[in-house]
Write a protein that binds this ligand. Structure first.
Ligand SMILES: Cc1cc2nc3c(=O)[nH]c(=O)nc-3n(C[C@H](O)[C@H](O)[C@H](O)COP(=O)(O)OP(=O)(O)OC[C@H]3O[C@@H](n4cnc5c(N)ncnc54)[C@H](O)[C@@H]3O)c2cc1C
Length: 372
């Protein structure tokens, strides 16, 4: 497969667009990144919590690692909690997007900020790019959509899938926090279908919020008042929000010279909304596909598809949990063996984890009623 000197436009230069541009430049392609916003990484919508295995994938630039987390406290609807060991990090999210884009540009990519793809014509293989008052027709032989959860390209590849994203609402808030521990809240009251979180960046600040399918502002305010008090707004430094796409196992991410990667392709864990690592794995699969001519849809499924499917199944199971089930889950998490297992498992591989958990704590079988 010829890889030298082919021009590859990438639409969207967020985390995964930047990383994909970097990988493809390394393979000898001529990448141009088209980014709607003027500033890379802004507006920021993400929390920035990632499993520590991220550090095996990237040699992170100094200053981007904000915090290391070794414990998580999971709260059930009745207020009881289980404290578990974990290995996570918190990264500077704007900085991470800038870093990936810097890497791409250093390898030779051209970055065009303030350039928005306003339409795409797959039949004639053209896309219209708007920059200020000027629209330009771009011809492509291969086009990459890294244009996030609201991707304009996704429906062209998957006309029969109607996307239903979660809506995340969060704030960076001042306070006193246990720097090594984050909090998650599971209940059907204010965060039905997802969860709420408090993730410390330092001892003095944390990112707190939730994701839901409906009424995000209303539920966010309820959670924040419960956790930080009626006057929580006085302590808020900034607000963040955005869409978290669902993972669609049958979605096509390759068709007629168009390729989807990252949130645009639904490469996101349905349990946590984490999309950085799965998106990077899909980007690696895309680079391999361009290099070898192997099918991208086969490669990304092999790299991350099975795990994303397992996350989706766990999410579908959790969606059926009553508050009573959540309370019971917290009770079981307080048992020694499940707690140990959680401590030594990687969230990236949920299938193996669920199986080990069932073996360690057979009472987990009571939740099987929600699986079938
Ligand atoms: C509230 C919230 C919290 C999250 N927390 C975490 C977390 O803690 N850990 C984690 O791993 N993941 C988290 N995520 C998910 C994570 O942010 C995404 O998976 C990740 O940013 C995906 O990167 P991306 O490049 O695919 O998409 P994006 O980061 O959304 O980037 C897409 C880019 O495309 C640009 N774009 C869009 N349309 C066009 C167009 N037509 N033309 C040109 N440019 C365009 C956008 O401006 C944007 O810059 C969270 C998401 C949300 C909403």
């Amino acid at each position: 497969m010829e890889t030298r000197n082919e021009d590859i436009p990438i639409i969207g230069s967020g985390t995964i667009g930047g990383y994909t541009g970097y990988l493809l430049e390394k393979e000898g392609f001529n990448v141009t990144l088209y980014e709607d916003h003027e500033k890379i990484g802004e507006p920021c919508h993400c929390t920035g919590i990632i499993t520590k295995s991220f550090l095996d994938m990237v040699h992170l630039k100094k200053g981007l690692l904000l915090n290391t987390l070794s414990r998580v406290k999971v709260f059930g609807p009745d207020g009881n909690s289980a404290e578990l060991k974990t290995e996570d990090i918190v990264v500077d999210r704007i900085g991470l997007d800038e870093f990936f884009n810097e890497l791409a540009v250093k390898e030779g990519a051209v970055l065009k900020t303030g350039h928005k793809m306003v339409s795409c014509d797959p039949l004639h293989k053209t896309a219209t790019i708007q920059h200020k008052d000027t629209a330009r027709l771009l011809s492509y032989s291969r086009l990459i959509g890294a244009d996030g959860p609201n991707s304009r390209l996704f429906p062209l590849l998957n006309p029969s899938i109607r996307r239903k994203p979660w809506i995340g609402a969060q704030a960076v808030i001042r306070g006193k926090f246990d720097k090594g521990m984050y909090e998650t809240y599971l209940n059907n009251d204010y965060c039905k279908g997802f969860f709420a979180w408090v993730v410390p960046e330092s001892e003095e600040s944390a990112i707190a919020g939730l994701a839901v399918s409906e009424r995000p502002s209303f539920q966010f305010e309820r959670f924040m008042k419960k956790r930080f008090g009626e006057k929580f707004k006085d302590k808020v430094m900034s607000y963040r929000g955005g869409l978290i796409p669902m993972h669609y196992p049958k979605a096509r991410c390759e068709k007629d010279g168009m390729f989807l990667v990252g949130d645009a392709g639904g490469h996101v864990k349905a349990t946590t909304g984490g999309g950085i690592i799965p998106g990077m794995k899909a980007a690696q699969a895309l680079a391999e596909s361009f290099k070898t001519g192997k099918r991208y849809d086969t490669l990304w499924r092999k790299a991350t598809g099975r795990n994303l499917w397992a996350h989706l199944k766990i999410r579908e199971t959790l969606d059926k949990f009553s508050d009573h089930d959540y309370n019971y889950l917290i009770e079981l998490m307080n048992k020694k063996r499940p707690a140990n297992l959680i401590a030594h498992s990687d969230r990236e591989y949920p299938g193996a984890f669920a199986l080990k958990m069932l073996l360690a704590e057979p009472r987990m079988l009571s939740f099987l009623k929600h699986v079938f």
